[in-house]
Design a binder for this molecule. Structure first.
Ligand SMILES: NC(=O)c1ccc[n+]([C@@H]2O[C@H](COP(=O)([O-])OP(=O)(O)OC[C@H]3O[C@@H](n4cnc5c(N)ncnc54)[C@H](OP(=O)(O)O)[C@@H]3O)[C@@H](O)[C@H]2O)c1
Length: 330
C-alpha cells in the first residue's frame, strides 16, 4: 500500500511517500480502506522527535482517519464489512499511524460516520473535536448560561470549542488574527470576537464579561496567567492543553481566593470509553448541524511533507497561514 511515513525523526523533509506492506487485522481489529486523514500539530511534534514516546520505524504519520471497513477480525462485534468509520488517537505507542491506503485499527477506537457526512468533514473534526468535548464536558463541566472565553476561535481546537460551547448554552467570547477569521468565528456562533492583532483583548473581555469568564480555554503554547486570572469569575475554570515547555508566572492569590481551578489534559490519555462517549456527542452535534468542520485545504496524501510545513508554520511560528484543518485525500 502507499503510505506517508518517516524512518528517522527530523524536519518535514524526512517524510517519504511510497510503498509499505499491507497491514493484517488482529482478531479485535478492523482493516479500514482509508479515504481521508488530516494533520494535527502533534503529528509534527512526533515526526520531529519532540514527544517522549519514540516512534517505531518505519513510522506512518497521522492520528485520525475516515474510511470504509474492508474486513473484520473474528472478535469484532460492532462493525461489519462496508461500514463507514472514523478514528482518532492512533499513531502513538503500539498503534500505527493512519496516513496510508489501509489501516488495521482496534474496534474500540472506531466510530460510525453519520449518514450523509463526508469523510473529509468528519476527519477534519476527529481529534480536535474530541479534545474540545473532553475539555468542555469532562474537565470544565461547562453549564448553560455561563461565559466561555477561548483564545484562538478559528483554529482546529478553538473552532470546535466555540461551536460546542454554543450548543451547551454558553455565551462565547473568542479571538482571531484577521477580519476574515473573525467573520468565520461569528459564523460558528461566537457572540463576541476580538481581533488579537488590533484590539485590546482584556478590555473587550471585561466589557463582555463584567463579572469575569466562567471558563477560559487557552489554545496557545504560552499561557499568560498574569493576564487571565484577574479576568476569571468566581469559581472560574482554566483549561490548559498546550505548551509543553511553558513556564509562565502564576498569580496564586487572585486564583485561590476566587475558588478557581486549573484543568490540564491531553486527549491521548483518554480511555476508549471516554473517547467513544465524546464521539457519540460529536456525531450527534454533526447530525443536528451544530458542529461543522473548518477545512483550510484538501491535498493528496503524497503532499504530506508540504502539509507538515504549513502546519508547523501556522501553529509553531504563528504565521496564521492555515485557517482550519489540512485534510489529505488518500
Ligand atoms: N492537549 C490536547 O489534547 C491537545 C489536543 C489538540 C491540540 N493540542 C495543542 O493545542 C494547540 C492548538 O492546536 P490546534 O490544532 O487548534 O492548532 P491551530 O489549528 O494551529 O490553531 C492555533 C490557534 O492559535 C491562534 N493564535 C495564534 N497566535 C495567536 C495570538 N497571538 N493570540 C491569540 N490566538 C492566536 C490562531 O489564531 P488565527 O488562526 O486566528 O491566527 C489559531 O486559532 C497546539 O499546540 C496543539 O499541539 C493539544
Amino acid at each position: 500500500m502507499k503510505a506517508a511515513y518517516f524512518t528517522r525523526t527530523g524536519p518535514p523533509e524526512v517524510i517519504q511517500y511510497g510503498d509499505l506492506p499491507d497491514p493484517r487485522p488482529a482478531p479485535g481489529q478492523c482493516l479500514v480502506k482509508v479515504i481521508a486523514v488530516d494533520v494535527n500539530p502533534i503529528d509534527t511534534y512526533i515526526r520531529a522527535g519532540l514527544v517522549p514516546s519514540k516512534p517505531v520505524f518505519p513510522a506512518i504519520l497521522g492520528r485520525d482517519l475516515a474510511g470504509t471497513v474492508l474486513e473484520c477480525g473474528p472478535e469484532v462485534k460492532r462493525f461489519n464489512k462496508g461500514d463507514r468509520v472514523w478514528a482518532t488517537n492512533q499513531g502513538l505507542g503500539d498503534r500505527p499511524g493512519t496516513s496510508s491506503e489501509m489501516a488495521a485499527v482496534d474496534e474500540q477506537w472506531l466510530y460510525p460516520i453519520p449518514s450523509g457526512v463526508k469523510e473529509e468533514d468528519i476527519v477534519a473534526l476527529s481529534l480536535v473535536a474530541v479534545t474540545a468535548q473532553l475539555g468542555l464536558v469532562r474537565k470544565a463541566q461547562l453549564k448553560s448560561g455561563e461565559i466561555l472565553f477561548v483564545n484562538g476561535g478559528a483554529g482546529g481546537v478553538g473552532s470546535c470549542v466555540v461551536q460546542m460551547a454554543k450548543s451547551m448554552g454558553a455565551k462565547v467570547i473568542t479571538t482571531a488574527g484577521s477580519d476574515a477569521k473573525a467573520d468565520a468565528c461569528r459564523q460558528l456562533g461566537a457572540d463576541v470576537v476580538i481581533n488579537y492583532q488590533t484590539d485590546d483583548i482584556d478590555d473587550a473581555i471585561r466589557r463582555a464579561a463584567p463579572d469575569g469568564v466562567n471558563v477560559w480555554w487557552e489554545t496557545l503554547r504560552q499561557p499568560d496567567f498574569d493576564r487571565a486570572v484577574p479576568l476569571l469569575a468566581m469559581r472560574g475554570r482554566y483549561v490548559l492543553m498546550a505548551g509543553r515547555d511553558a513556564k509562565p508566572v502564576f498569580p496564586v492569590g487572585p486564583f485561590y481566593v476566587k475558588d478557581c481551578s486549573l484543568h490540564g489534559f491531553a486527549m491521548f490519555n483518554g480511555t476508549p470509553e471516554e473517547l467513544r462517549s465524546a464521539a457519540e456527542d460529536i456525531n450527534r452535534w454533526v447530525l443536528e448541524g451544530n458542529l461543522k468542520a473548518r477545512i483550510d485545504r484538501v491535498l493528496p496524501l503524497s503532499a504530506a511533507m508540504e502539509a507538515h510545513r504549513l502546519q508547523e508554520d501556522s501553529t509553531i511560528r504563528q504565521s496564521g497561514v492555515v485557517s482550519g484543518k489540512i485534510v489529505l485525500r488518500v
